[in-house]
Ligand binder design. Structure first.
Ligand code: URA
Length: 188
């Protein structure tokens, strides 16, 4: 396991999968490195690749709005990262092999942050982190505890941009996150 500086440097120089050939920047993660809550997306899009910062495009703006509903914000009380740290070409889903190459870095981040709660953003993150056959439409907003960490999944903000009818359910899921945080003694 690396410390923060070693991990950032290792990710910056990573050539473990083909995504390194087309990336402009490794998108490492952002937020409070001791946060009690982590949000995990699937992988950087175009604007994230160009800036090196997760969730800065349209989906990122919506994510910030969603966080603010429950008094979270990316600078102070949560940490945001992705399953893969380099942009898949044309925003395709990251391949299993790419996820496999990259997941160790995320596990190292989780070990350093030591969150009490992990929120998966969308199907890809949920299938990787919660259960291989996780069904986001049926199972979003449900909770499991693993190794002392409470985990849930909500719709990816990109899905909420495409289909606004999913937003009320996501509002309920956000309230459930705040409720769980209170139960766990996380002050938000
Ligand atoms: N979508 C993601 O899953 N992650 C990002 O960082 C941006 C968009």
């Amino acid at each position: 396991m690396y410390d923060w500086q070693q991990l950032k440097e290792t990710c910056r120089d990573c050539t473990r999968c083909g995504l390194c050939e087309t990336r402009h920047n490794v998108v490492f993660g952002i937020g409070n490195e001791s946060a009690d809550i982590m949000f995990i997306g699937e992988g950087p899009g175009e604007q994230e690749d160009l800036s090196g910062i997760p969730f800065v495009g349209p989906a990122g703006k919506l994510l910030d709005d969603m966080l603010s509903i429950i008094d979270l914000d990316r600078q102070s009380n949560c940490y945001i990262a992705n399953i893969v740290k380099c942009r898949p070409p044309r925003n395709r889903d990251p391949l299993e092999t790419e996820q496999e190459s990259c997941i160790g870095y995320l596990r190292n981040q989780v070990a350093l942050v030591q969150p009490k709660m992990i929120v998966c953003l969308g199907r890809i993150a949920a299938c990787r982190l919660i259960r291989k056959d996780f069904r986001i439409t049926r199972e979003h907003g449900t909770w499991i505890e693993r190794g002392g960490v409470w985990m849930t999944a909500i719709y990816h903000p990109s899905a909420l941009l495409r289909d606004v009818t999913k937003r009320p359910e996501t509002f309920d899921d956000l309230l459930s996150i705040r409720e769980k945080a209170r139960e766990l003694g996380i002050s938000i």
